[in-house]
Design a protein around this ligand. Structure first.
Ligand code: SF4
Ligand code: SF4
Length: 399
């Protein structure tokens, strides 16, 4: 059993690992630690495990893989850390290592889902049609519970909802239509295009849709993530602003320069695109309509912890006349985490149910959610508790 990192692959760096002084201040902010109470489920424990591999004391298999798999990559530990440990960077690099060392059968199954279906938009749409058919015929009841809880609601009508190629006047802003957003959340795209026009842009929908690579990067599939990043750069560079209405995608696209750092030309193009990225809630568009009443706000981890976005959602809702209501759970992760709910169903279900109960406790009839993974997880867990609270992107609420 070989120990240490696999040579030739990105790995957590000495500097990043050594920036952790093991103070433990991040522990109470970590959702997996809060559920299990185990050091190995905490940021400090995971960093210690990475150090053990780095020092050649442990292999990148077995326990190490379990510790890193259980991490949501929610980055709630980052703002809590007095030493500014770049935990998101550490866990992404560690996952590249664990992916490369998984047994072949596990790798093949994971790659088929991430590289095959999500990484190729025609296959993503085909999967969407299959899911819509299954849901229409109520065959989804035959799926295992954790897969049902991780599945978006898809309708044929929603998948076919037309989007204008170009609308409005002003500097060009391009909308990332993405993968899951494009098949399951087209009404959010419509609301975002309206907001782009209200913010004074010529809103453009690029010809071919496609994934930004966030799901591949979070799963450690670095080559797939780089391929998708290059596709998006070719498609969208030149736009003055690239608008992204999924928190996970805007956070990921802001790392394109770092992701493509192995090639100076692509790194520079990646950095330029990253600088053009605006999350849709940062648009500062005037509201499209007036909204009365309370709106519960779920802050997506990739807004709050990865990009420091939070007040923007409240501001957007207040500008339309709504009263935003905090969930009072300290912005705890809902357990969606990309494909986490499929791979770690136990932890995901615990966190999903906690989040749904916190939303119901506010008494608000609608919850604002700006990330597709969170929206799917929250909708399904609200349903499981028999709640009819509506789940909407903040821009949908004010459009
Ligand atoms: S990650 Fe930061 S907060 Fe957590 S133990 Fe290390 S230094 Fe402390
Ligand atoms: S990213 Fe989230 S789950 Fe992972 S160690 Fe940090 S706080 Fe915990």
């Amino acid at each position: 059993m070989s120990t240490g990192w696999t040579p030739g692959l990105p790995a957590p760096t000495h500097d990043d690992l050594n920036s952790c002084v093991q103070c433990g201040l991040c522990l109470p902010h970590c959702p997996t630690f809060r559920v299990t109470g185990l050091e190995t489920s905490s940021p400090r424990g995971r960093i210690a495990a990475m150090r053990a591999v780095q020092n050649g004391e442990a292999p990148v298999t077995g326990e190490f893989t379990r510790f890193t798999d259980e991490c949501l990559a929610c980055r709630a530990c980052e703002p809590a850390c007095p030493s500014s440990v770049p935990y998101g960077r550490l866990i992404e690099a560690a996952r590249i290592q664990t992916e490369a060392n998984r047994p072949a059968h596990e790798r093949t199954a994971r790659r088929a889902g991430i590289n095959g279906v999500i990484g190729h938009h025609r296959l993503t749409r085909l999967a969407g049609w299959a899911l819509a058919t299954g849901q229409l015929l109520r065959l989804d009841r035959l799926m295992p519970r954790h897969l049902r809880l991780a599945s978006p609601r898809i309708t044929f009508r929603g998948m076919r909802l037309p989007l204008p190629r170009s609308t409005g006047m002003g500097p060009t802003a391009m909308l990332l239509t993405g993968c899951v957003m494009d098949i399951a959340f087209r009404p959010v795209h419509r609301a975002t295009l309206d907001a782009m026009v209200r913010a004074g842009y010529r809103a453009v929908v690029p010809g071919r849709s496609g994934c930004c690579g966030a799901l591949a990067a979070h799963a450690g599939e670095v080559e797939s993530a780089r391929r998708l990043a290059r596709q998006r750069i070719i498609q969208m560079e030149g736009a003055e602003v690239v608008v992204v209405n999924s928190a996970g995608c805007s956070a990921h696209m802001r790392t394109y320069g770092h992701l493509l750092a192995d090639d100076p030309e692509w790194a520079a193009r990646g950095q330029a695109l990253a600088a053009a990225v605006r999350d849709a809630v940062e648009l500062e568009a005037p509201p499209g309509r007036r909204v009365e009443g309370y709106v519960a706000v779920h802050d997506a981890c990739h807004h709050l912890h990865a990009q420091g976005i939070g007040p923007e959602v409240h501001r957007t809702l207040r500008a339309a006349g709504a009263t935003p209501v905090d969930l009072g759970d300290g912005g705890r992760c809902c357990g969606a985490g990309g494909i986490y709910a499929v791979l770690e169903p136990g932890m995901a279900a615990t966190l999903g149910e906690q989040k749904a109960r916190a939303i119901i406790a506010t008494g608000a009839p609608v919850v604002a959610v700006a990330n597709p993974g969170c929206a799917i997880q929250i909708r399904n867990h609200l349903d499981a508790l028999g709640s009819d609270v509506a789940v909407r992107h903040p821009l949908e609420i004010v459009d």
